[in-house]
Design a protein around this ligand. Structure first.
Ligand code: CAA
Length: 378
């Protein structure tokens, strides 16, 4: 790590230790997202890490951003996923494909953390097969009118701006993946309906909602780039987003490892701390190795992106490996704690639940394998 990266890591760690970790259990229990924390993240610059200074961002590289994100996840995965979605998806899509005017209008308040961003691709009947979405945008004078239902939108209710994908082709001329646009929509717009808030297994504090568009008018200056290439922009965005989820998963795994290491030292059975048993040492070693390997792969993917050569393959590998490592490490951490790991009094139970969704959102592990295998033949 460079000196700057160490400083950012320390800042994120201090914030996570002081402002997130002490409340994580309560926010999980209440399924409450601490909106005020977003404001603080914004004040620290954590919501504009990847945006250029010109747009009031910190202009940092991907590696530094992911180092900070892992630390935030180590404190609270729900806050981390909100930060990940905001930084990796809507802001990056606007930066990559927006006009100068769009960047001025949307990115500055998003970089300051005044507006929290969301990303909406999935639908109730189009998850892994996202290009089969049905939400329709109809061309009208000066813009588009959107109708349809979207699903699983992180930050979709209390967030302020969502970059949402909807079909721009017509029912009698379907163009598959090349018939979809990306639209910048303020969540306060008329016709933007927030639906059911999901009652989730883990990352319960992060808000996941269904949304609906009901004759929602979106002006031409809220369309990103070419209105037929929104799906491609979304997949490019997800290449970055998946690295973010990989960092979140690594943070969850790191937290579980630390709890297990401490507990194995404190807990005595058969007259000795359980870490004296080789069976326990093997467990801890396997957990620690996976955390390091996950982090290394995250940094490898980040380095490729920072060198201007982003690779879908590497970001899928990082997401796949880190999320499976998080599941492995948290499962083993529960085992190290024994019965105490199975009750809510100890944090490994929550970390175990928080880990699971990292194998599902932003592309399931099966989709990551599909992407990796396809790339092998490209
Ligand atoms: N970057 C740029 N372009 C890409 C690309 C990428 N990473 N991957 C594919 N494309 C291009 C392809 O080249 C193709 O264009 P051409 O025809 O010109 O070559 C076009 O996009 C369509 O690609 P495919 O034919 O590969 O499309 P597909 O329908 O077979 O789907 C898929 C590919 C990988 C399965 C994709 O649908 C996918 O990633 N699915 C998972 C969706 C997902 O991750 N959803 C998560 C939603 S976000 C979320 O979880 C909520 C949250 O808030 C956290």
């Amino acid at each position: 790590m460079t000196e700057e990266q160490q400083q950012i890591r320390d800042l994120a760690r201090e914030f996570a230790e002081g402002e997130l970790k002490p409340h994580a259990e309560e926010w999980d229990r209440e399924a409450h997202f601490p909106r005020e924390v977003v404001q603080k993240l914004g004040e620290l610059g954590f919501l504009g890490m990847l945006l250029p200074e010109q747009y009031e961002g910190l202009g940092m590289d991907t590696a530094t951003y992911l180092i900070a994100l892992e630390e935030i996840a180590r404190g609270d995965a729900s806050v981390a996923v909100a930060m990940s979605v905001h930084n990796s998806l809507p802001t990056q899509m606007i930066l990559a494909h927006g006009t100068d005017a769009q960047k001025e209008r949307w990115l500055m308040p998003m970089a300051r953390g005044e507006w929290l961003g969301a990303f909406s691709l999935s639908e109730p009947d189009a998850g892994s097969d996202a290009a089969r979405m049905a939400a329709q945008a109809r061309r009208v004078d000066g813009g588009w009118v959107l109708n349809g239902a979207k699903a699983w939108v992180t930050n979709g209710g209390f967030g302020d701006v969502v970059v949402a994908m909807a079909r721009t082709d017509t029912p009698d001329d379907r163009r598959g993946a090349k018939g979809i646009g990306a639209f910048i929509i303020p969540t306060g717009a008329e016709g933007y309906i927030v639906g059911k808030k999901e009652d989730k297994m883990g990352q319960r504090a992060s808000e996941t909602v269904g949304i609906a568009f009901r004759d929602l008018f979106v002006a031409d200056d809220q369309v990103l780039g070419d209105p037929s290439l929104g799906f491609i922009y979304a997949l490019q965005g997800l290449d970055g987003g998946r690295m973010g989820i990989a960092a979140v998963a690594t943070g969850i795994a790191q937290a579980a490892l630390e709890h297990a290491v401490r507990y194995a030292d404190e807990r005595k059975q058969f007259g000795t701390p359980i870490r004296a048993f080789q069976g326990m040492q093997f467990k801890l070693a396997n957990m620690a190795m996976r955390v390091e390997a996950a982090r290394s792969l995250v940094m490898r993917a980040a380095a490729a992106k920072d060198a201007g050569k982003p690779e879908a393959r590497l970001s899928s590998m990082a997401k796949l490996f880190a999320s499976e490592a998080a599941m492995y490490v948290t499962t083993e951490a529960v085992q190290v704690f024994g019965g105490y790991g199975y009750v809510k009094e100890y944090p490994v139970e929550r970390l175990f639940r928080d880990a699971k969704v990292t194998e599902i959102y932003e592309g399931t592990s099966e989709i990551q394998r599909t992407v990796i295998a396809r790339e092998l033949y490209r």
